[in-house]
Each structure stands twice: as structure tokens, then as C-alpha cells.
Design a protein around this ligand. Structure first.
Ligand code: FAD
Length: 567
């Protein structure tokens, strides 16, 4: 006799390990709730009890959600692989994933009715991402009408962001919220919460946890995971012809260490094992600025970001894997510290999430826009030609174009490559708004993340969190010392592959004979530089200086007005 029917809705946390919402769902299905209210049991034809319930693990392929709306075919494929992997793992435990397509606000109530659902669990979306907020509110209203109890569990950061026990904000004085806006003040805050300890991850459930209630034989042929991205009803509609070549492309799929080998929790955990657990000395001594962004074969960092951003890997699992590996490192190995260590990287991630949360609490939906409270107003210009050249890797600066080619092909680039191209588009060279850059990244990155992407664009454009606009990356010299032969450029800009090393970063300095010998025809098969870095970077610094002055003047005026207004 089924009395409790729980739907667990997978959204961003596409995993079984360290998934508090899923464990909550299983516990409800197995033991019922203490305050189970007869009405719900009557709806299911049962009476009292609550033991022996059923669980429906669900994923809705929603073309309008953040993860799919703008995404490239690469990421759609990666996402579908994650969903498939989740289904496989659930099947190994005697359950399965029910995959529906469309708007969750329409689909879920229909399924609640069909399956007589009494409880809905899911991970809490704490960043305040506008679409998720609106969707979740609509679901809450629909659930309340349908008598379905909703439980949202924070799980995608090391600690909950919101004002809940154990969360970042709750521990700095409840209502008197004083959210840190620098990494060092964030670290100080963290050290005050349970002395900086991060809660251990929760185990994945096993087949016993699912019991026989994890699979409904009536639906064996229905709600199966999608196999191909062209089955996703994207508003802009990719065709099979467009997707086919990407789907079959092997250059981003073959290596076991490729950052984007394949989506899914299984590979995420294997990758964590390979990069972190199996390399205690590397993990203990990791310093982000010392990693190389011109690696051609395999990344010099963990490349776990796509897995973290889609929740195939829990940040707490990653944190404790790093801690365990560090403990096992040899005594003589240098132990790096945040913010440059691997723990530091995970702290940046939480800090970025906290900033998004805080911005959206102050001005709902503002994160990711220039209206967000952490963003300085800078009078960017808007030149579609410059933007197009940047997006297409046709700026004439080989280092920038190589990064953009890797982004387009693999959906991933090293952090410092992202630094370079973001600085180049905004304050460095092209003076285009960080919003358009962030938008393009959101479409291309496998790890596109609502909080992290905008935070980093704010930082690189010196619009928020980082203000040293007079420190600018040179698109020519920045990587010359790390990769003097330009192997990275040769890999990603094959038109330049035969140029002598001396000219690989600045082909326009080579004479016609050298260019001809290398098969390079400037302005034909490879562009001339679209701007003169030496000139525009200086002009842009002056513009930035003026924008900062105007910002300070505005702030001073607001303060003065405030003073006058006070009796
Ligand atoms: P590792 O160095 O191995 O770090 C481990 C994890 O820590 C990462 O997977 C990531 O989750 C987190 N992390 C690392 N660096 C940062 C950082 N600077 N800020 C916040 N968290 C960090 N990262 C995304 O995941 N999604 C994005 O949309 C994104 N957009 C970016 C846009 C720009 C302009 C820039 C400069 C950076 C962006 N980053 C983004 C941050 C960073 O570049 C990537 O997280 C990192 O390069 C991923 O590689 P990794 O997994 O090997 O990182």
C-alpha cells in the first residue's frame, strides 16, 4: 500500500553522491514523514503509515533553463550525457530516471496528478538566477494547490548561501547581514563558521535505499533519456545537419584526460580520482598562477569545472578529496594556501555564488547585468564588427584567436586564457561591454555558470571586485615566455602553423617572403590586427580613469545628498 509518493527533481545537481535532496526523497518514500496528514494518504488510497512509498526521480529537458537556453551543441551533448549517466546509475540501483521535455511548470503538475505525488524534493537554487526563481515560485504555487509538499535542499556550494543554519549569511548575525565583498573578507567569514571546517559529503544511496519503490513498470517505455541534441526543442531549433558534425567530432572526446571527454557523474568522479586523489603532491602544492594556459595535450588544472557547474560533482566531495590528497602528500612537498591553492579555487567558486546571491537579494535579477550593485558604470561602446571578430577568433592577434578557437571547439579554456580574451574584449583593447562577452561565454562554455561567469567578467573588465585597470594583459607578450614556440597557437590557428617562432605572436611583423613561405596571406587567410594594442590600450586606460572618477563623484554626491536629507 503506497502512502507517500515522492518526486525528486534533478536540476543542477545531476548526481547521486552528496545529494541531500535525493536522500531526503528516499527517506520520505521509505519512512514517510512524522507529520503525514491523512489527507495525502487518502489521495493515494492509503491510510496513515507512510512506509513503503514510491520515488520518481525526474529530469525535465527545459529548453529555456539557464543550462540550455543559450548553450552550444557541445554543451547540450554534454548535458544529455550527464542525464544518461544518471539514468544508468539509478538503474544499477533498481530505479531509473524519468525524463520529460518542456516547461516544468506545465509538466510537473501533470505528473503529480498522474503519479499521485505527495512530496517534491529538489536542490535549492540559491543564486537568484531569474528564470529559476520564477520557475520555482510557479512550481511552489502549483504544488500548494495540488497538496504537494516541497522540500528544497541547498547542495551546490560548500555551505548554503542563504540565511539558514550552517550557511554563510546566517553565521554573521542573522538579519544584520554584512556580506563580504572581497575574497579575503570571505575567507575570514568562513573561518568563523565551524572554524572553517567544510561538512563532509553524503554517501550515494544504494539499491537497498531505493527498495522496490524506485521503478514503475507502467512506464518502462516512456520518459526515456534523449539520445541526441537535435531532439531538444530549442527555441532557435538546431537542425540535425548542424549538430551531426559536432556530435561526431572526436577532437574533444578522445583523450581520457580531455576536459570535456564526456558528461556525467561517473566520469566526474573518475576525473577527480585521476587529477586529485592519485596526485597528492600535485594537489597539495597546486598554485593557480603557476599552471600553464598553453598546454596542448591535457589541461594543467583539474578541468572539473563542467562537472561542478552541472552538479555531476559535489563541491564538498571535491573539497574533501583535495584535503585527503594533501594529507597524503610527502612531508617535503610545499602546501599551497587559498586563494591560489585548489581549496582556494573552490572558495572562489563559493564566493562568486555568494556575490550573485547577495546582488540578487539587493536588486532581484541584477547579477549578470550592469545594474548589479557591485558593478561600476563604464561607458562601453558597441561595435558589432569588433564583437564578431572577437567571437570568431579573427582579431589578428594569434594568442587571442587561438583561445577563441579552443573555446569554440572544446567549450573550455584555461583560466588565464579566459583572462586574456575577456580583458581584450573590454578594457584592454576593444572597449566592448563585459555583458556581451559574458553572454557569448554562456553560449560556448561547457562549464557556463550563472554566478562564476558574470563574477569573472566583472573582475576582468574592472567593473567590479577588481579595480587595477592600469594592469592590462598584452595580447602579444603575455604568453610568449611560457610558450615561446607558440605551440598552442599552432594547434588552434592552423593557418599560422608554419610561421617561424619569432613571428608566431605577431605575424604582421614578418616580411612578405617569410609570410609566403609559411602560407600566410595577411588580410586573406588570416586577418591583420583589428586594433593597434599599443595605442588603444593607453586610450582605454584614460577612459577607465575618467569612468572611475565619475563613479567616485557620483558616490560622493549620493553621500552628500543623503546627509542633507537626514534631519
Ligand atoms: P581548477 O583550477 O582546477 O579549479 C577547480 C574548480 O574551482 C573549478 O572547476 C571551478 O569550479 C572553481 N574555480 C576555479 N577558478 C575559479 C574562479 N576564478 N572563480 C570561481 N571559481 C573558480 N568558471 C566556471 O566554472 N564557469 C564559468 O562560466 C566561468 N566563466 C569565466 C569567465 C571568465 C571571463 C573568467 C576569467 C573565468 C571564468 N570561470 C568560469 C572561472 C575559471 O576560469 C574556471 O572555473 C576554471 O578555469 C575551470 O578550470 P578547472 O576546473 O581546471 O579549474
Amino acid at each position: 500500500m503506497t502512502s507517500v509518493v515522492v518526486m525528486h527533481w534533478f536540476r543542477k545537481g545531476l548526481r547521486l553522491h552528496d545529494n541531500p535532496g535525493l536522500l531526503q526523497a528516499l527517506s520520505l518514500a521509505r519512512y514517510g514523514t512524522e507529520n503525514d496528514d491523512g489527507k495525502r494518504n487518502a489521495k493515494n488510497g492509503g491510510e496513515g503509515g507512510g512506509v513503503g512509498g514510491r520515488i520518481y526521480p525526474v529530469y525535465v529537458v527545459d529548453p529555456n533553463c539557464y543550462q540550455l537556453l543559450k548553450c552550444s551543441v557541445n554543451r547540450a551533448r554534454f548535458l544529455l550525457e550527464c542525464v544518461k549517466d544518471l539514468d544508468n546509475s539509478l538503474r544499477e540501483r533498481g530505479s531509473r530516471l524519468y525524463v520529460a521535455i518542456g516547461d516544468p511548470v506545465e509538466i510537473l503538475p501533470r505528473l503529480w496528478d498522474e503519479w499521485k505525488v505527495t512530496h517534491l524534493t529538489h536542490e535549492a537554487d540559491e543564486t537568484g538566477e531569474p528564470y529559476a526563481v520564477e520557475r520555482d515560485e510557479a512550481i511552489r504555487v502549483a504544488a500548494s494547490k495540488a497538496g504537494v509538499e516541497v522540500l528544497a535542499c541547498p547542495s551546490e556550494t560548500l555551505r548554503p548561501l542563504g540565511n539558514v543554519p550552517g550557511g554563510y549569511v546566517a553565521n554573521v548575525g542573522g538579519m544584520a547581514i554584512n556580506v563580504p565583498s572581497t575574497m579575503s573578507s570571505f575567507q575570514q567569514l568562513l573561518s568563523r563558521i565551524d572554524r572553517g571546517n567544510i561538512p563532509p559529503p553524503l554517501d550515494a544511496p544504494n539499491e537497498i535505499d531505493f527498495q522496490e519503490g524506485g521503478r514503475d513498470a507502467n512506464y518502462d517505455d516512456k520518459y526515456l533519456p534523449l539520445e541526441h541534441p537535435w531532439e531538444i526543442p530549442w527555441p532557435r531549433g538546431y537542425s540535425r545537419e548542424e549538430i551531426g558534425p559536432v556530435w561526431n567530432r572526436v577532437d574533444c572526446l578522445d583523450s581520457s584526460l580531455s576536459p570535456i571527454a564526456k558528461g556525467g557523474e561517473t566520469i566526474a568522479l573518475r576525473r577527480l580520482q585521476l587529477t586529485v586523489t592519485a596526485r597528492p603532491d600535485w594537489t597539495a602544492s597546486f598554485e593557480k598562477p603557476m599552471t600553464s594556459c598553453t598546454e596542448v595535450s591535457s589541461p594543467s588544472t583539474t578541468a572539473l569545472s563542467p562537472y561542478l557547474s552541472l552538479g555531476c560533482l559535489s563541491p564538498r566531495t571535491a573539497w574533501h578529496a583535495v584535503a585527503d590528497a594533501t594529507k597524503r602528500a610527502q612531508a617535503k612537498t610545499n602546501r599551497s594556501k587559498p586563494p591560489v591553492s585548489l581549496h582556494g579555487q573552490l572558495l572562489w567558486r563559493d564566493f562568486n555564488n555568494l556575490m550573485a546571491h547577495s546582488a540578487n537579494i539587493q536588486h532581484p535579477g541584477s547579477w549578470g547585468r550592469m545594474t548589479n550593485p557591485y558593478c561600476r558604470e563604464v561607458p562601453w561602446s558597441s561595435d558589432p564588427k569588433l564583437l564578431l571578430a572577437w567571437k570568431g577568433g579573427r582579431t589578428g592577434y594569434p594568442w587571442i584567436d587561438a583561445c577563441m578557437a579552443q573555446l569554440r571547439t572544446q567549450g573550455w579554456i584555461h583560466h588565464l586564457g579566459r583572462h586574456s580574451v575577456a580583458c581584450f574584449l573590454t578594457r584592454g583593447d576593444l572597449w566592448q561591454s563585459w555583458e556581451v562577452g559574458a553572454d557569448h561565454f554562456e553560449g560556448q562554455l561547457l562549464d557556463a555558470d550563472y554566478a562564476l561567469n558574470s563574477f569573472n567578467w566583472l573582475w576582468l573588465s574592472c567593473s567590479g571586485f577588481f579595480y587595477q585597470y592600469f594592469r592590462c594583459y598584452s595580447p602579444v607578450t603575455f604568453q610568449k615566455k611560457n610558450d615561446p614556440n607558440g605551440n598552442y597557437i599552432r594547434r588552434w590557428v592552423p593557418e599560422l602553423a608554419n610561421l617561424p617562432a619569432k613571428y608566431i605572436y605577431e605575424p604582421w611583423t614578418a616580411n612578405v617572403g617569410i609570410l609566403n613561405a609559411a602560407g600566410v596571406r595577411l588580410g586573406a587567410n588570416y586577418p591583420r590586427p583589428i586594433v593597434d594594442h599599443a595605442v588603444v590600450s593607453k586610450e582605454n586606460m584614460s577612459k577607465m580613469s575618467l569612468a572611475y572618477k565619475e563613479h567616485n563623484d557620483r558616490q560622493a554626491a549620493t553621500k552628500n545628498n543623503g546627509r542633507k536629507a537626514t534631519p
